[in-house]
Write a protein that binds this ligand. Structure first.
Ligand code: SAH
Ligand code: SF4
Ligand code: F3S
Length: 452
């Protein structure tokens, strides 16, 4: 008897990975993923606590799901509602108090216990809650099999964070830094490759701090791990995210130079271009350190493109600090970036500073920064026109005959190609650009038309 499972995922790629693992965990006990909450037997909200808006959305979604739960009762069934992820971890008690229709609250380190929590919630009324950081790794309890949804996949190799940036909830919601053992990762990656995955994005809140144990009793850095992953038959491309500037070790930089599978694109958040603000944020590095990391990378891999995260309006950020951020953006040049207004988060050191930069000022800074970043992104995309790029084809495009894939720089590329090319890397000539994507055509290979 199959049961319907609806999962809504908020936040970062690690949550996307966790949602996929929850679905795999629940499949053997009869749950099949469906696209809408209507009629579901179990709805999971896999939540994000990073900014206030993200967390508040969860409470409104919980409210909306109540109607579906009532409908389900009218048709003689029951829809269990589970809140997972970082809001569950940080605000478990608050959810229990505010949202009576929630049956299960489970943190990011204990979701392997979902089958047990579901059983408990089905038997009784009241909330089944587990927001512990169990000593045994959840990975030991998740199924060995991975079901790939397409030619690209995420693979979490590191979790948690010990950096404690003053604004950030991650060290509290995900706990202390922990690296998965090398063998476990290689097994998971091999299974993914066997099921058709060509590109693996290795994930961690602080992925380049990775130091997993290997079978000799030693530890491997992320650079060394990427080399091992590149050896797996079928793995054509490797990416990793998110990195901290302080953990860009030589071995990792060398992997960019020497391992062709490592894509020349790096998300390397800097947050601010002001030394004063970086210090206040406890980022543990200054602007010049960031600059030097970028230099080392570019020397190793001259075509590397960069992406970043920025926070504007951090408490005490002056116009001069903000201008320093704009200057740094102009100096480095980003292919793409995310920028956010500072959001005070409960329990973080920065929350004690209030939110002194006035909202209109924060908004004005955000717009100014985004305008600059967007123009750089546009410029970067424009420079691709006329170039030949390898594109990993991932899925059917919007128009008949069209497929969509990704360039090495993570740009979406639309081109006409036969469907059986999905999952292969093709050479494409870029013929046009749009703000968020490129248009290409299959390049002639070895002097003959590849489109035939
Ligand atoms: N581990 C990553 C980032 C994780 S959170 C790193 O070290 O950079 C993703 C991004 O959200 C951060 O880079 C930051 O730009 C933003 N962010 C985190 N906390 C925030 C807050 N309180 N207000 C606004 N933006 C925030
Ligand atoms: Fe948060 Fe800083 Fe850790 Fe990134 S490095 S997860 S911003 S505390
Ligand atoms: Fe959000 Fe948690 Fe990821 S707070 S960004 S889902 S680690």
């Amino acid at each position: 008897m199959t049961k319907k499972l609806f999962i809504k995922t908020y936040g970062c790629q690690m949550n996307v990975y966790d949602s996929a693992r929850m679905a795999e965990l629940l499949a053997p006990i009869g749950y099949e993923v469906v696209e809408t909450a209507e009629g579901a037997d179990l709805a999971i909200l896999n939540t994000c606590h990073i900014r206030e808006r993200a967390a508040e959305k969860v409470f409104s979604d919980i409210g909306r799901l109540r109607e579906h739960q009532e409908q389900k009762v009218r048709s003689g069934g029951r829809m269990l509602l589970a809140v997972a992820g970082c809001v569950a971890q940080a605000e478990g008690e608050e959810i229990r108090r505010r949202a009576r229709n929630v049956d299960i609250i489970v943190g990011p380190q204990s979701y392997h216990r979902l089958p047990e929590l579901i059983a408990r919630a089905s038997r009784t009324a009241g909330v089944a809650l587990d927001t512990t950081f169990p000593a045994d790794s959840k990975f030991d309890h998740l199924p060995g099999e991975r079901t790939a949804a397409g030619p690209t996949a995420f693979l979490t190799v590191q979790e948690g964070c010990d950096k404690f940036c003053t604004f950030c909830v991650v060290p509290y919601t995900r706990g202390a830094e922990h690296s998965r053992p090398v063998a476990e990762i290689l097994t998971e990656a091999s299974r993914l490759a066997e099921s058709g995955v060509r590109e693996i994005t290795v994930l961690g809140q602080n992925v380049n701090a990775y130091h997993g144990s290997d079978e000799t009793g030693g530890t491997l850095s992320l650079g060394a791990l990427l080399r091992c992953l590149a050896e797996i038959p079928g793995v054509a491309r490797l990416r990793y995210t998110t990195s901290h500037p302080l953990d860009m070790h030589d071995e990792l930089i060398a992997a960019h130079r020497e391992v062709p599978a490592v894509m020349p694109f790096l998300h390397l958040p800097v947050q601010s271009g002001s030394d004063r603000i970086l210090a206040a944020m406890n980022r543990r590095h200054d602007v010049d350190t960031y600059r030097r990391v970028v230099d080392r990378l570019r020397r190793a891999r001259p075509d590397v493109a960069l992406s970043s995260d920025f926070i504007v309006g951090y408490p005490g950020e002056t116009r001069a600090d903000f201008t320093a951020t704009l200057d740094l953006v102009r100096e480095i040049g980003f292919a793409q970036a995310f920028s956010f207004k500072f959001s005070p988060r409960p329990g973080t050191p920065a929350a004690a500073l209030g939110d002194p930069v006035a909202e209109p000022e924060k908004l004005a800074r955000l717009y100014e920064l985004q305008e600059l970043l967007n123009s750089q992104q546009r410029e970067f995309n424009r420079a691709m026109v006329g170039r030949r790029l390898p594109v990993l084809l991932e899925a059917p495009g919007r128009h008949p005959g069209q497929l969509v894939g990704r360039s090495p720089y993570l740009q979406a590329v639309h081109l006409d190609a036969p469907r059986d090319k999905i999952g292969t890397v093709v050479e494409a000539v870029i013929v046009a650009e749009a703000p968020n994507s490129l248009v290409g055509r299959l390049a002639d290979t070895a002097g003959r038309a590849a489109a035939a």
